[in-house]
Write a protein that binds this ligand. Structure first.
Ligand code: PLP
Length: 362
């Protein structure tokens, strides 16, 4: 099998796996302690958590604090529902191409939601001011379906002028690019070669929110519940590695991108080629039956549009937001590659996918 679905999840880095094992000890070991216990077992686990917190914090802008969560979805819910502006009934302005973790959550806000439009290129349409009454802004740094990178500095300036709370979904940016500044930022370990089931919410200096989950008061009182030292240690190791390798990984992805563009030259690219994370190749072909293509090229693991939307039968909201009619949105495949992908894998995958598309006459 060839894995080309890096936006859905990434392979666990061997270094992250290694870092986790010690905290999965059974009887006879000392790594299974509760990090909130005062004895030695607990203190060891707590030290591992705090080391990982520093490593994860290094992914973010300087200052602020990292709160561990179960997923980025949870972190985004915390930020959107817990900030004072949303609680005061102000409206949210969110980009039309947000992940459903943001989109569906913002829709639940009492103050309602405005949608910020994007153009065909997958970038926010330039606006000078936010809709009247906006108290919260949510814009993602890198889109998961088409890879486009939003101008976060401009978005932050708009939010600042409106005195709005800015939430950034940096799930697809973390570990790949420097993360942009916002009031609250969410990331997920499994998108940067860490384990699944652990995410983080970063809050800027002085930023306060109300908790969604209350109980024992862990994580600054913002997210109660016993932490998982194993998952957190894996996240920390993955973050450290991503910081060390950021340039090398990006150069590798850039080289793969150029190779992939040649290999898929008969396809149309969704979203622009620059202002894009180039490990995301969202491609379409008129008349393509994607379900059939996926079954015929089953040795390649890739996605139809977005992993979340695929299987639902519904055309992707993101692809429609960039102006594709439902039929063209359904003709899209997404290939995602990264640190452990090779040029040979891309060649083999392209041969299988192109042959399957040609067999359909597409
Ligand atoms: N935001 C984006 C852009 C994503 O790609 C994903 C994962 O698919 C999420 C949020 C949700 O992350 P998690 O799986 O940690 O809940």
């Amino acid at each position: 099998m060839i894995y080309l679905d890096y936006q859905a999840t990434t392979p666990l880095a061997p270094e992250a796996r290694e870092a986790m094992l010690r905290w999965l000890d059974g009887p006879g070991g000392t790594g299974f302690g509760n990090p909130h216990s005062p004895h030695r077992y607990g203190r060891q686990a707590e030290a591992a958590v705090e080391l990982a917190r520093e490593r994860v914090a290094a992914l973010f802008p300087a200052g602020g604090r990292v709160i561990f969560t179960g997923t980025a979805t949870e972190a985004l819910n915390m930020a959107l529902l817990g900030n004072a502006q949303a609680r005061a009934g102000k409206a949210a302005a969110v980009s039309a191409i947000e992940h459903s973790a943001v989109y569906e959550t913002a829709e639940r806000l009492a103050g309602g939601m405005h949608v910020l439009q994007v153009g065909q290129d997958g970038l926010l349409t330039r606006i000078n001011a936010l809709p009247e009454g906006t108290g919260v802004v949510a814009v993602m740094q890198v889109n998961n379906e088409i890879g486009t990178i939003q101008p976060m500095t401009e978005v932050a300036e708009l939010a600042r002028r409106a005195n709005a709370f800015l939430v950034c979904d940096a799930v697809q940016a973390a570990g790949r690019l420097p993360i942009a500044m916002a009031d609250a930022i969410a990331i997920s370990a499994h998108k940067l070669h860490g384990p699944k089931g652990i995410g983080a919410l970063w809050l800027g200096e002085g930023v306060e929110i109300d908790p969604l989950v209350t109980g024992g008061g862990q994580e600054y009182g913002l997210r109660s519940g016993t932490l998982s030292p194993a998952l957190i240690a894996g996240f920390g190791a993955a973050a450290k590695l991503a910081m060390e390798r950021m340039e090398e990984d990006a150069a590798h992805v850039e080289a793969l991108w150029h190779r992939a563009r040649d290999l898929f030259d008969g396809w149309t690219l969704n979203g622009r080629a620059d202002a894009r994370w180039r490990g995301n190749l969202s491609l379409r072909k008129d008349g393509l039956d994607v379900a059939r293509l996926m079954s015929e090229a089953r040795n390649v693991a890739f996605s139809a549009g977005s992993a979340c939307a695929s299987g639902s039968g519904k055309p992707s909201r993101v692809l429609q937001a960039i102006g594709l009619p439902a039929n063209l949105a359904k003709n899209t495949i997404r290939l995602g590659f990264g640190r452990y992908s090779t040029g040979e894998e891309l060649e083999e995958a392209a041969a299988a996918i192109n042959a399957a598309a040609q067999a359909q006459g597409a």
